[in-house]
Design a binder for this molecule. Structure first.
Ligand SMILES: Nc1ncnc2c1ncn2[C@@H]1O[C@H](COP(=O)(O)OP(=O)(O)OP(=O)(O)O)[C@@H](O)[C@H]1O
Length: 446
């Protein structure tokens, strides 16, 4: 075995003694020893997050272990293969609705099931998971606030609550509060109504960890944003960890106050993107084991192939197969899955298509930012894509005209009607536009 591998194995066996399995899987398992040259052990880490974590927590200890073992001074050199990820940390951007039937732990409002242990790590979420784990291990110290953002049903709430569980596991006395942004708004409004603002403030400003889910619903609620701003400042000042989730990056949330957006930039935004096939299969396999279901790989593979954008719907597909098998008193086989999921794909995809997804795809297609589409600029290179995105939102989703207007930076519904009519008419004589729209539809429908 090469020297670097031998040293690495020794190091891992020592580090492992003090590591819990999730932390080990996140911070150590993905590391590869590359070389040992002139007393420098080079390790390759998956991302700049990992390197930051190693710098803060593991380098000094590792160098001591290696020195004790070899009797020589060994220095660690940490490399990250795609150094683009470095930007993720420097420029702090790495890239809700509650599910029914959840069981909440009594005090914290955390769902028992949403832990790091039950979270499957894959290509679309490993950075967000690493960021979440470091927020849990060192709350208020490194990434504050931490904002997890991404499309519907991709695990934002799960990961956010996992932080809550982990903080409590490490410190059962910690005061952890989980709320959706709507609950925060309701609590605030009720506190005014019942003249209990002091109590409200005491409650929110005395926590050690505040988790606020789906902050895009703060849009339009000016007084609530103002109150949240003060809550945020107080907690931040006291080095208390704040974690937020949203369906898009905060600077793209229409009607979110600039002063909040600028504070969110103090911390780190990490996005979660849809899982690849392997991750989807792993999620289904875990779920099947948890439910005591026996399902062969081929069948899991098939189910995972049916739904690719939303994990909640992926889990729903498994439930559907299970129900179909129970009702018909048959085993779960590939045939059962095919029969149970017939017709599901189209409706699921239609259902899964959101205005924000359309904005993302259109912006990318025309090399614009989503904020151009939701903004007010009137230059032609922006106006036409904006109208196309509104047109597609009307054609491909069930959202009302006012809702579409709202998602495009609070525009009036008549603007949406106008955009829609214009694109319908222009397509009659503009073949270039027709083909762009057909491209976009293909991209959106997968
Ligand atoms: N990586 C994962 N491993 C295991 N389960 C997952 C993973 N990601 C998501 N899930 C499961 O998928 C379901 C939906 O996740 P969650 O509610 O966290 O999504 P979300 O991104 O918060 O959605 P929304 O945008 O609707 O708020 C949950 O049951 C969650 O446990």
């Amino acid at each position: 075995m090469a020297n670097e591998k031998l040293l690495w194995e020794k190091l891992v066996s020592e580090l492992q003694k003090n590591f819990e399995s999730v932390s080990y899987d996140t911070w150590i398992a993905p590391v590869e020893p590359i070389s040992l040259v002139n007393g420098v052990l080079t390790l390759e880490l998956p991302s700049a997050f990992h390197r930051d974590y190693w710098d803060r927590n593991l380098v000094a200890e590792s160098e001591t272990i290696l020195q004790d073992y070899t009797g020589q001074k060994i220095r660690l050199d940490l490399t990250v293969p795609n150094e683009n990820h470095k930007e993720d940390v420097d420029d702090p951007v790495v890239t809700g609705v509650d599910a029914p039937g959840q069981v909440y732990a009594h005090d914290t409002h955390l769902n028992d099931k949403y832990t790091f242990d039950s979270f499957v790590v894959g290509s679309g979420n490993y950075l967000a998971q690493a960021a979440a784990l470091s927020a849990a291990e060192e709350p208020g110290q490194v990434y504050n606030p931490l904002n997890l953002y991404g499309g519907v049903g991709l695990g934002k709430t799960h990961l956010m609550q996992a932080i809550g569980h982990e903080v409590l596991r490490r410190n059962p006395e910690a005061r952890v509060k989980y709320v959706t942004s709507e609950e925060f708004a309701n609590d605030f409004i009720n506190s005014i109504r019942t003249r209990r603002q002091e109590e409200f403030r005491r409650e929110y400003r005395s926590v050690d960890l505040l988790l606020v889910d789906d902050i895009q619903f703060f849009a339009d609620k000016e007084a609530t944003q103002e109150e949240f701003f003060h809550t945020f400042n107080k907690l931040y000042e006291n080095k208390k960890q704040i974690v937020l989730t949203s369906d898009r990056i905060p600077s793209d949330i229409p009607k979110l106050e600039d002063r909040l957006i600028s504070r969110f930039k103090w911390g780190l935004s990490a996005d979660i993107t849809p899982p690849d096939l392997e991750t989807r299969i792993a999620i289904l396999r875990n779920k099947a084991v948890a439910e005591g279901l026996e399902i062969d790989n081929q069948t899991l593979n098939y189910i995972a192939g049916q739904i690719d954008t939303n994990i909640r719907e992926l889990e729903g597909a498994l439930v559907r197969v299970q129900a179909y098998a129970t009702i018909n008193k048959i085993d779960i086989t590939l045939e059962t899955a095919i029969a149970a999921l017939k017709g599901l794909k189209d409706s699921a995809q239609q259902h899964g298509l959101s205005i924000s997804k359309i904005q993302e795809v259109v912006a990318q297609y025309y090399r614009l930012q989503v904020s151009d589409l939701t903004g007010k600029k009137r230059t032609k290179n922006i106006v036409v894509p904006r109208q196309i995105a509104m047109y597609l939102s009307r054609e491909l989703t069930e959202n009302s005209l006012p809702k579409i207007g709202k998602e495009f930076g609070g525009k009036d519904h008549t603007t949406v009607i106008h955009a829609h009519e214009k694109i319908v008419q222009d397509q009659n004589h503009d073949s270039e536009l027709r083909s762009q729209i057909s491209d976009l539809k293909k991209l959106l429908k997968g």
